[in-house]
Ligand binder design. Sequence first.
Ligand SMILES: [Zn+2]
Ligand SMILES: [Zn+2]
Length: 93
Amino acid sequence: MPKFDGYKCCICGELQDDIWGHNPEPVKTEGRCCSYCNIEVVLLARLEMLSRMANNTKECSNDDCDTVVDNKEDDICTDCYMKEIDKEIYKYN
Ligand SMILES: [Zn+2]
Ligand SMILES: [Zn+2]
């Protein structure tokens, strides 16, 4: 039986004759993938994941403020929220 030092790409299933391969995350959690799949599949998936993460953050709805709101349930950032509360308190005094 011939000695085989390579690996089987976990994405396209092709046998590869280099030793290292590439980390296939987030497409697969195990195994290694070939250079082709690394670029065509894995890197694209990572970019997509990053842009999805970027879209998940939003800016404070206060026009004068561009702080990113961590909690997606909130429309305004903590600073503006505190200012709003201050204003409310001021109104009733
Ligand atoms: Zn492959
Ligand atoms: Zn704000």
